[in-house]
Design a protein around this ligand. Structure first.
Ligand code: DX5
Ligand code: ZN
Length: 215
């Protein structure tokens, strides 16, 4: 199984995202994880679709857009036009999750569903045929640099079983507090895509940190 590493720009220098994406290319990241926050669904605010458009002009790396915004269906088309490759919405933020996933597919993008640490994987049951990626949050969304919540490991393996049972090819992404020290645990639990912010951009040798997590 090949593991994809998606460093989060949340931990990069906000005044120099152009450099951050060219660094990520050098460091052999697989994707760029873009954390969009609205100050309503989560207590923090980051950036929106103009940033995705600007990043698209700078890199060919996969843009993995994690929408931590209320009622994300309002913005799916705009993020697609801006150049996102994957659009992930929170199950908790959607009144009509199934419809929003259809919207993402109609826009020609891969559709992801994210679950907060306290949200049961049961919410996925009736959308398994509509998802390309499932993101299990391993911290409460809103901030980088938090500690990994261990109950996520059980959830990852339950979701991995659901994916297997579906017979579809669905990525299983984990996001929050993942470092080279616990990457093996999340991979053993079934994750095949790892988001990491501070452990990459804060590392002395970010390329080595990315390589270590992939192993
Ligand atoms: C949290 C974000 C994560 C976070 C990961 O709300 O969704 O992507 O930035 O950062 P670290 O790896 O520092 O926990
Ligand atoms: Zn994220």
């Amino acid at each position: 199984m090949s593991i994809r590493i998606a460093p989060s720009l949340l931990a990069a220098d906000f005044a120099d995202y152009g450099k951050a994406v060219s660094d990520l290319e050098k460091w052999k990241a697989d994707s760029v994880h873009c954390d969009v926050m609205d100050g309503i669904f989560v207590p923090n605010i980051t950036f929106g679709q103009p940033m995705i458009k600007a990043l698209r002009e700078r890199t060919e790396l996969e843009l993995d857009v994690h929408l931590m915004i209320a009622d994300p269906g309002r913005y799916v088309e705009e993020f697609a036009l801006a150049g996102a490759d994957i659009i992930t919405v929170h199950a908790e933020a959607c009144g009509h999750l199934h419809r929003v996933l259809q919207q993402i597919h109609s826009a020609g993008k891969l559709a992801g569903v994210a679950l907060n640490p306290s949200t049961s994987e049961k919410v996925l049951e009736y959308v398994m045929d509509q998802v390309d990626l499932i993101l299990c949050m391993s911290v409460n969304p809103g901030f980088g640099g938090q500690k990994f919540i261990p109950s996520t490991l059980g959830k990852l393996s339950r979701v991995a079983d659901m994916i297997k049972a579906s017979g579809r090819s669905i990525r299983l992404e984990v996001d929050g507090g993942v470092t080279p020290n616990n990457a093996a645990d999340v991979i053993a639990a079934g994750a095949d895509m790892i988001v990491s912010g501070s452990a990459v951009f804060g590392a002395k040798d970010p390329a080595a940190a990315i390589a270590a997590m992939r192993k």
